[in-house]
Design a protein around this ligand. Structure first.
Ligand code: SIN
Length: 509
């Protein structure tokens, strides 16, 4: 049977945790799951070291989890959405366990709870120590492969969404034998993040905002794109993508020091466990002042390190480091995108028939700065909402279209632009300069134009936010605006605004 013969089924684009969970929740309704690579091979989900945040401890409850999430989000979370998602978090752990995920447990049998930055309670559920994503993907891929109604199509990449009369009408994809048009009225984006648009990221290089480009070119609204999370402790070395040194290591007592041994965060409220944006900025500024920065895990977790964090210990060992004996050199790296395709509580976007969940979606849970380990929780909870809102909707007859080819996205020329202008610290002139170059690239209609269009929307959203908040810090607007407002942008609006920017000055291009 060819892919076209399956026409009419809903299509899920993306084979990470959000996509797999949506497919599993939809079963036994037939669904097509599209993955660029063999399932699990390149999903950023599989790399997650942190686990899922859920208020499971005797000293915890969803209201405390919500309070921590809102505080980290710096005034920009959607409180109602956050409350819904976090109340469902304990159930998400049970759901995953039901699909065969083997969570780390204490001898009494309840999940072992870890601590990460800006959480007031131990509430991070891990699997396989620092291999949470890998273990969750193992179980979910096995569950998907044994569900006969889920048709997994690997090696196909979605290139465009067809829209007719404002509704989704199909997916133009590129497969091993060339372009294919798949007629469907229902598409779920679960494509992950944007790390591949940056020089320094902890994400797979192939995550370069494809879902944002698909949605934007279909006319969907995107929200909060300027909020990009930088993880303060990526292993400083030549490996790309960079190796993450989980925040859970700091949760177990490791400290951040400079080359003199000084804990330069000790004056900051929460110190090493302050919200991630604050720690990332402090590390960034200290490096910019000419210092070197290290994670010191020699005392705590000390000799227990390799047992607790086997994946990180092995990566350090490849770099010639033993965390129980050596300081670990670290620097901030792009890690997560709080912004995404704007969705409602059922995962619906502004285009009829198009839904989204996981990192590509913006529910409003994370606000201006995501609380650690809230994202896998969000992916699992929201995948159910998306499946429920799709379930039972009739297959709409859509017209087959001619399958034309679009080049595979190449973010190479975009990376230095975003890395320079949209990093931990930003300013208006840098953003304008990047926007002008991104506009030219986006208009070229070649392999760089989709990544450039995504970069342009992010740059314009950052330019239009004339304040500093959460992960968005501008030296020319260092304070909060009086009123916190979420942002929304479309590709059309970003292109129009960029065309109005004054011509580039030699000194800023
Ligand atoms: C980490 O383990 O530090 C990352 C967890 C997360 O990004 O939520």
């Amino acid at each position: 049977m060819s892919v076209e013969d399956l026409g009419g089924r809903p299509v899920i684009i993306g084979g990470g945790i959000a996509g797999l969970m949506t497919a599993l929740h939809l079963a036994p309704e037939p669904v097509l799951l599209l993955s660029r690579t063999p399932l699990g091979a390149e999903a950023s989900s599989a790399w997650a070291q942190g686990g899922l945040a859920a208020s499971l401890g005797d000293d915890d409850d969803p209201a405390l989890h919500l309070a921590d999430t809102l505080a980290a989000g710096d005034g920009l979370c959607d409180g109602e959405m956050a409350s819904r998602i976090l109340n469902a978090a304990p159930g998400a752990i049970e759901t995953l366990a039901g699909f065969g995920v083997r969570f780390d447990r204490i001898p009494e049998g309840t999940p072992r709870l870890g601590l990460e930055a800006a959480h007031s309670r131990r509430r991070i559920v891990h699997a396989d120590g620092d291999g949470s994503g890998r273990e969750i993907m193992r179980a979910l891929v096995a569950a998907v492969r044994s569900t006969p109604t889920i048709e997994v199509v690997e090696g196909f990449e979605a290139r465009r969404l067809a829209v007719e009369d404002g509704r989704i009408a199909g997916v133009l994809m590129s497969g091993p034998a060339g372009p294919v048009f798949f007629a469907t009225g229902r598409v779920v984006l679960a494509t992950g993040g944007i790390g591949g648009l940056f020089d320094d990221s902890t994400n797979p290089l192939g995550s370069c905002g494809q879902g944002l480009a698909l949605a934007a070119r279909a006319g969907a609204a995107l929200a909060d794109l300027e909020f990009i999370q930088f993880h303060p402790t990526a292993l400083d070395g030549s490996n790309r993508p960079m190796t993450l040194i989980s925040e859970a290591v700091r949760g177990e007592g490791a400290t951040i020091v400079d080359e003199t041994g000084r804990r330069f965060l000790d004056g900051v409220r929460g110190a090493e466990l302050a919200p991630r944006d604050i720690v990332a900025r402090a590390v960034w500024n200290h490096l910019a002042d000419g210092h070197r920065v290290f994670l010191d895990a020699r005392e705590k977790p000390g000799p227990a390190f390799a047992g607790q964090f086997p994946t990180i210990a092995s990566a350090c060992s490849k770099a010639g480091l033993d965390p129980a004996r050596d300081l670990i050199p670290v620097r901030p790296a792009q890690h997560y995108h709080m912004g995404g395709v704007a969705v409602d509580g059922s995962g619906r976007t502004s285009v009829a028939g198009l839904l989204a969940c996981g990192e590509v979606a913006s529910t409003g849970l994370h606000g201006a700065n995501r609380l650690a380990s809230n994202s896998l929780t969000e992916a699992v909870v929201c995948a159910r909402c998306v499946a429920e809102s799709l379930s039972g909707t009739p297959a709409r007859r859509t017209k087959p279209a001619i399958a034309s080819d679009y080049p595979s996205p190449d973010p190479t020329p975009v990376r230095p632009l975003l890395s320079r202008a949209l990093g931990v610290v930003r300013d208006g002139e840098g953003l304008k300069a990047a926007a002008r170059t991104l506009l030219a690239l986006a208009e070229r209609k070649d392999a760089a134009s989709d990544p450039a269009a995504v970069g342009l929307m992010i740059a314009m959203a950052a330019l239009q936010r004339r304040e500093s908040r959460g992960a968005h810090y501008r030296t020319d607007f260092p304070d909060h605006a009086a009123v916190a407002r979420r942002s929304e942008i479309t590709l059309q609006a970003a292109l129009a605004a960029a065309r109005e920017l004054a011509p580039a000055l030699e000194s800023v291009t």
